[in-house]
Design a protein around this ligand. Structure first.
Ligand code: GUN
Length: 283
């Protein structure tokens, strides 16, 4: 049976590390500030935003939530982002995705001051990632790397397969794995024989948003399986992109859903917010 990678425990450990660092600068009286913007009332987004706010409270970071109605015009949202860019109490800005259909997410992301791009999705942050320069990394892929690092699971020289090529997860995930010296293949909806490709992998990261897509016949014995998917079944149960019960006996390590990658995203958001705060100090 596989080692279950406990995202709640590792997320807590990462946040405790941030708390220890923050202790050292607390006497200055300054504190990191995160602004979270939520447009509409997507129930999953409401839950995620609540968790982000709670994590800030626990660490003693300043946070503010901006809830806008689903019909908010784009100009108004961009205006809010620009005012947050100018606000010295705010070091990180996160606009929760997905946005309602009439809003262009790319335009919104590009309006965020790259220094405050704690989501790591601005083209400037993504460019730095590809160039191998230090910068703010997307929280979920960075969370996956932190999880593997915590359990001392090596990726260097290993064959890794990422399923999914989104800007938020798949692409930055592949890039972080390359940076960690893995040999990386990215699969997507147009890939022929996905099962055959995934079977080659010593490390699998499933991030395409299809419930229980990765089945036991697709996974090689002893693979490390990371499940980024969060899907709700018609019965209301949360399941990942991996058929956990079937795949776990074959894997050497696996993340559950919930309690795997999800909590890591929050921890890395806090880490990015702290990093952005340190880098904006005095400016
Ligand atoms: N929606 C789901 N996960 C995320 C995330 O990490 N960042 C943003 N902005 N939206 C999300």
């Amino acid at each position: 049976m596989a080692l279950i990678l406990d995202g709640n425990a590792v997320s807590k450990a990462v946040q405790e590390g941030i708390a220890r660092e923050f202790e050292k600068v607390k006497p200055t009286g300054r504190r990191p500030g995160l602004a979270v913007v939520l447009v509409g009332d997507n129930p999953a987004s409401v839950v995620y935003v609540g968790r982000k706010k709670k994590a800030c409270e626990t660490l003693g970071f300043f946070s503010e939530e901006h809830r806008l109605p689903a019909g908010t015009p784009e100009g108004e949202l961009l205006g809010l982002v620009r005012s947050l860019n100018q606000n010295p109490a705010i070091h990180g800005i996160l606009v929760q995705l997905p946005l309602p259909g009439h809003l262009n997410p790319q335009k919104v992301i590009e309006t965020i001051d790259p220094r405050k791009d704690v989501d790591g999705m601005h083209p400037f942050s993504l460019g730095k990632l590809v160039a191998g320069l230090p910068g703010l990394r997307s929280c979920t892929p960075a969370g996956v790397m932190a999880m593997l690092d915590h359990y001392k699971i090596p990726v260097g020289g290993r064959r890794a397969v990422v399923i999914g090529r989104s800007i938020m997860v798949g692409k930055p995930m592949a890039q972080l794995l390359i940076e960690a010296n893995a040999t990386v293949t990215v699969c997507h909806s147009k890939t022929r024989d996905i099962a055959g490709v995934v079977r080659e992998a010593e490390v699998v990261v499933a991030a395409m948003g299809k419930p229980k897509f990765v089945t036991t016949d697709m996974v090689r014995e002893g693979a490390v399986v990371v499940d980024v998917g969060i899907n709700r079944t018609p019965e209301g149960k949360l399941v990942g992109d991996v058929d956990f019960d079937a795949v776990a006996p074959k894997a050497s390590a696996i993340t559950p859903v919930p309690g795997g990658v999800g909590p890591m995203t929050i921890a890395l958001l806090m880490k990015n917010t702290y990093q952005a705060f340190l880098e904006q100090k005095g400016s």
